[in-house]
Design a binder for this molecule. Structure first.
Ligand SMILES: Nc1nc2c(ncn2[C@@H]2O[C@H](COP(=O)(O)OP(=O)(O)OP(=O)(O)O)[C@@H](O)[C@H]2O)c(=O)[nH]1
Ligand SMILES: [Zn+2]
Length: 363
């Protein structure tokens, strides 16, 4: 069979100067982006097209934990298979600019990367049944921890008759995050989402089941590529037999990562200081540095709650999430340092980041 060379421009898959420069350090290897993962079998997109791939023995051997394995969205250095036989071999993972982490299945306290190098994360919440500020706080803390930029997407606007009230409620928990409203019932109901997506930007959607993520992605794609709820109900399997792609290119040039792991994203190591900036700020005004905000005199948080400036529910959720994170051991120093190690290129940057974290802990 004649070999067809379809040269793929990796910029379309989100390649930026930063990754290209890092890739140049690995002579003789090829750059590729992970587009699919099924246990230890991967698919990667290289300039030569999509290839099956597996990790090298050395990478697996040196991997201290599952964070050291590639995930969908990762940029990796590969050796290509000889001729048409065999898999490509993934030898290195390039430094991630963002990563979603979760506790691995089972009882062990290990973590795993769900997806990497996402620029914008759309946190989807419906304006009817799914509306829940505490859940939104949870997702925001995960998003801030990942280093991707969160945008709140309120879906099913057509089913809400008190949008203004909802927006006021959202504003109280979404400091520093844009909020957009959409509906699949309107012709241009997703225009607002599109304006956050541009060529080469990698995006993902998280949110509870049924809030309309698939509907949204189908609209952005301009065709029904994902199976939505009512189609599933019909059990019309034949029509949608194609397997679900974990990495999609949108007509406007954006790249969607939609892995099972992202769909199941709940609570991993969240970034509470960022998601609850207002509370952390208040706490600096407590009389005692180690105030537990329970019964101490001069507690600025208690004062704010009494004055109606801070919602008691929000504060309770903050305390609850903090406990969960401590309990799961996910915000342990070990994980934090691992995260820093992966996120920051140079040693100097890493040292500065660790110093900042230390100062914060000693405050
Ligand atoms: N009224 C209304 N219904 C919507 C809207 N968007 C989605 N739906 C409906 O909500 C249901 C669930 O939508 P999906 O897109 O399958 O939800 P999902 O978030 O992808 O769900 P999972 O695949 O389980 O994660 C479907 O019946 C959609 O038709 C909307 O803007 N308005
Ligand atoms: Zn206090």
């Amino acid at each position: 069979m004649e070999e067809k060379m379809n040269y793929i421009n990796l910029r379309r898959y989100g390649l930026s100067d930063r990754f290209e420069q890092e890739a140049a350090c690995y002579e003789g290897m090829f750059l590729a982006r992970v587009s699919e993962q099924n246990h230890c079998l991967y698919k990667v997109i290289s300039e030569q097209g999509e290839l099956q791939a597996s990790v090298s023995g050395k990478l697996a051997y040196n991997a201290g934990d599952s964070m050291s394995f590639p995930a969908v969205g990762d940029w990796v250095m590969i050796d290509r298979p000889d001729g048409n036989a065999g898999n490509a071999i993934i030898r290195h993972i390039l430094k991630r600019k963002s990563a979603f982490v979760r506790k691995a299945a089972g009882t062990s306290n290990t973590t795993q990367i769900v997806a990497a190098n996402i620029d914008v994360i759309f946190i989807c919440m419906s304006l009817n049944a799914d509306f829940n500020l505490r859940r939104l706080e949870r997702y925001l803390s995960i998003a801030w921890d990942s280093m991707a930029t969160p945008v709140i997407v309120l879906t099913k606007a057509d089913l809400c008759d008190d949008l203004q009230q909802r927006l006021i409620e959202i504003a109280s928990v979404s400091i520093g995050t844009d909020v957009i409203v959409c509906s699949c019932m309107e012709e241009n109901g997703y225009q607002s989402v599109n304006s956050y997506i541009s060529e080469g930007k990698t995006i993902a959607f998280v949110g509870s089941s049924g809030v309309g993520k698939s509907t949204l992605i189908n609209r952005l794609m301009g065709r029904d590529i994902l199976v939505t709820k009512e189609i599933r109900k019909d059990d019309d399997r034949g029509r949608h037999a194609t397997t679900h792609r974990q990495l999609l290119i949108l007509p406007n040039g954006g790249i969607v990562i939609d892995t099972p792991g992202m769909r199941e994203l709940h609570l991993y190591a969240g970034n509470l200081p960022k998601a609850f900036e207002d509370i952390e700020e208040l706490a600096t005004h407590c009389k005692y540095k180690d105030c537990s905000h329970v019964a101490e005199p001069g507690c600025a948080i208690k004062r704010a709650i009494e004055a109606g400036e801070l919602s008691e529910k929000r504060f309770e959720n903050y305390m609850k999430l903090q406990k969960e994170i401590e309990y799961e051991g996910l915000s342990s120093r070990q994980l934090e340092q691992e995260r820093i190690r992966r996120m920051f290129g140079s040693k100097g940057e890493m040292k500065r980041a660790i110093r900042r974290a230390k100062n914060k802990n000693n405050r």
